[in-house]
Design a protein around this ligand. Structure first.
Ligand code: SAM
Length: 227
């Protein structure tokens, strides 16, 4: 039923849609996404917008690291009364999992289309309190009072590292935590090294089964600034 429902949303029905079910503790998450970023690039109007911004529409895919992070969150402790940000949320998989565990979630991304999907997916999966924030990590700071920052496969582009590290530092300084998830990308290694240089971190790595394949998964939990 989810795709027909999404077709009633004027922001979503501009895209070819697919539904994906992510199984985890506490029941499945039902996620609606554009069919794929490659399909979007084949569509004239959307391809033209991407070219203007010189950015592939990465927001439109379901990334294995976000599935791994979502499963990790769903089997973790309750997040009731926690304010969580899913930064570079794309269609909002990790944030939907945090909402499932009771968090108040801010879905933040610079792509408005991503935020439309994140809102739909949050509601569809029973999120009570959530907010969508158009946000550029290179130019702004997140609001105060964040308990947990989720970074699902966002540090793949080294020029983004300084902006992301600034967000991490601000969250840790104010007493929050950060979890980064990625599939051991070479382009993310330097970001992880910098996190380890400045903060006490815990590695919880493994793999994730997604789309009939097993993907490597690096989860790094950032707890506090090194003294
Ligand atoms: C590889 S996708 C990951 C999406 C999602 N976290 C996931 O794992 O499914 C990277 C996301 O970062 C967003 N992004 C890229 N640069 C950004 C910036 N400067 N500020 C905010 N979001 C950004 C993109 O729009 C995209 O949604």
């Amino acid at each position: 039923m989810t795709v027909p429902e999404a077709m009633r949303d004027q922001n979503l029905r501009r895209f070819p849609l697919r539904r994906h079910v992510i199984h985890g503790a506490g029941g499945p998450l039902s996620i609606v996404a554009p069919s794929s970023s490659e399909d979007l690039l084949r569509r004239g109007d959307l391809a033209e917008r991407c070219e203007r911004k010189a950015q592939p529409p990465y927001w439109a895919d379901i990334w294995p690291a976000s599935v791994g992070l979502a499963r990790f969150i769903m089997r973790g402790p309750s997040l009731v009364q926690q304010r969580v940000v899913d930064l570079g949320c794309g269609i909002g998989v990790a944030g939907a999992a945090a909402a499932r565990r009771g968090a108040t979630v801010i879905f933040a991304d610079r792509e408005p289309d991503a935020l439309h999907f994140a809102r739909f997916n949050a509601r569809k999966n029973g999120a009570r309190e959530h907010q969508e924030l158009r946000f550029d990590w290179d130019r702004e700071y997140l609001p105060a009072g964040i308990d947990l920052l989720l970074l699902a496969d966002v540090a793949y582009h080294p020029p983004s590292h300084p902006g992301l590290l600034r967000q991490v530092q601000a969250i840790i300084r104010s007493g929050g935590r950060v979890i980064s998830a990625d599939p051991f990308r070479k382009s993310t290694n330097d970001f992880i090294n910098k996190l380890e240089g400045e903060h006490a971190v815990e590695h919880i790595s493994g793999s994730v089964h997604f789309d009939a394949k097993r993907w490597p998964l690096r989860l790094v939990s950032v707890l506090a600034r090194k003294s």
